[in-house]
Write a protein that binds this ligand. Structure first.
Ligand code: UDP
Length: 463
């Protein structure tokens, strides 16, 4: 039986220590940071979230936290293009002074009004500029990585490959295994096929520096023990695998979603047979081109399986008009077996007994959320850590089908039936169900221990 870990604080009867947590403005990063904040609040810390104006969290959803906006330097064009790399690079270059000034004022305010000081800054590893800000202000800091530990190891490997003259990576070697990363192939690395690998390497070199107090991962020890051990040996700092955060955070009534969730799809799921629905979503950034979208619609309809499909508004302007433009047989297929929404309550969807498979881009949050509910995945990665997660899902945990890379209706129909109908899919569902139990044990086991370790670490540098 699964129980949420106790929220008994390690600081009962002591002064409240103040933590400042700093996420970047991307959904897949904000959500786990806010979950971590809830967990640390339940351990007795006061919490402030320092954030950009772009994609800022809604303070009314978090009455226990303080919110501290700082000037983000982003132009309107950057915001509308939602270019992840460009936005990250701007934040790292333009926010040093704004954040420092904001924190200096805040430190004075905390001291005057509450007689509190900032015990630690916890920042997302994407925002590497914060390391120098924290050092200047003489505040201890800890990095939080929202991707897998294995992905972090690949940054290290890319730097090694560069120094050994392996770059640029040869297409002919794409399926060879990367030395020292036993399970990953060259084509799984985030650097593979990148137009500007040098930019990536420069950036990853900065994010590779880990603060002396350690690094927090949203992961589970038993899922990634080999990578976590390798990181420990490489960096010799505290590594805190505290995950899955969404399972540990006691905020089930608090939706972190920055888009409006469509709950009608839950009523739709309620009328479907057990494990009969494929949930289809590429997360908050990746998307299909309009031409691919038509192939996906045809493939899903031809597979004759039930499906719940998330098509975000920026993927296609007018979804209803686009659906109407499809051929008659596909329209009938979608009407009979499909449900299309702009944004779903993904946690609830994956936990629903009608859901038997997930077609995903394999972002780390989606990967963990699926594993926690025992749902196997059709993996269609596009960039960043998604190929690494795909390799873990398909070759290590054996709960994922690696995508063939072709977005054509016949291929889609075939892969959907492999997961939803064939024996192969059934075996993956079985294995996913075993992993789900393993992960839930870790919530009260290794992850709980790592969380206590983190709390002690923060308190020990503030005695
Ligand atoms: N998500 C959601 N509803 C949707 C699609 C996605 O709530 O319709 C959430 C999902 O639960 C996950 C996050 O968006 O927490 C996506 O994060 P992930 O790391 O998987 O991918 P990213 O969006 O960062 O590429």
């Amino acid at each position: 039986m699964y129980h949420k870990p106790t929220t008994k604080t390690l600081m009962e009867n002591q002064i409240r220590h103040h933590l400042v947590l700093i996420p970047p403005p991307f959904h897949g990063h904000l959500t786990p940071m806010l979950q971590l904040a809830s967990i640390l609040h339940s351990k007795g810390f006061s919490i402030t979230i320092a954030h950009t104006y772009f994609n800022s969290p809604n303070p009314s959803n978090y009455p226990n936290f303080n919110f501290l906006p700082y000037f983000d330097g982003l132009s309107n064009t950057q915001i509308t293009s939602k270019n992840f790399i460009d936005i990250t690079s701007t934040l790292n270059t333009k926010c040093v002074s704004p954040l420092k000034e904001t924190l200096v004022h805040y430190i004075a305010k905390l001291a005057n009004e509450k007689h509190e000081k900032i015990a630690c800054i916890i920042y997302d590893g994407l925002l590497h500029f914060i390391d120098s800000v924290a050092k200047e202000l003489k505040i201890p800091s800890i990095v939080f990585r929202t991707t897998s530990a294995t992905n972090f190891l690949t940054y290290h490997a890319c730097a090694q490959l560069q120094s050994k003259g392996y770059l640029p990576l040869q297409d002919s070697k794409s399926c060879d295994l990367v030395p020292e990363l036993d399970l990953l192939r060259f084509k799984d690395l985030p650097i593979f096929n990148l137009p500007n690998p040098d930019d990536f390497l420069q950036n990853s070199a900065k994010t590779l520096s880990i603060t002396p107090f350690g690094v927090i991962f949203n992961t589970v020890d038993s899922l990634e023990d080999s990578s976590l051990n390798q990181l420990q040996q490489l960096y010799k700092v505290n590594i805190f695998p505290i995950g899955p955060l969404h399972m540990i955070a006691d905020d089930s009534n608090n939706s972190q979603s920055i888009l409006r969730e469509n709950h009608n799809c839950i009523s739709w799921l309620n009328n479907k047979a057990r494990k009969s629905v494929l949930y289809v979503s590429l997360g908050s950034i990746a998307s299909w081109e309009e031409k691919e979208l038509t192939e996906v619609a045809c493939g899903l309809a031809n597979s004759k399986q039930n499906f719940l499909w998330v098509i975000r508004p920026e993927t296609v302007k007018d979804v209803s008009a686009w659906l109407q433009s499809l051929s008659e047989d596909v329209k009938v297929g979608i009407a009979e077996r499909g449900c299309v929404v702009k944004w779903a309550p993904q946690g609830e969807v994956l936990a629903h007994e009608a859901v038997g498979g997930f077609w995903s881009h394999c972002g780390w949050n989606s990967t963990l959320e699926s594993l926690c509910e025992g749902v196997p995945i059709i993996c269609q990665p596009s960039f960043g850590d998604q190929r690494v997660n795909t390799r873990l899902l398909s070759h290590v945990w054996k709960v994922g089908l690696e995508w063939c890379n072709v977005i054509l209706r016949d291929e889609i129909e075939r892969v959907v039936r492999r997961l939803m109908v064939n024996q192969e899919g059934e075996e993956m569902r079985q294995r996913a169900s075993e992993l789900k139990h393993e992960i839930r044990l870790a919530v009260n086991g290794s992850s709980c221990d790592a969380l206590d370790g983190l709390v002690k670490c923060i308190l020990s540098v503030n005695v």
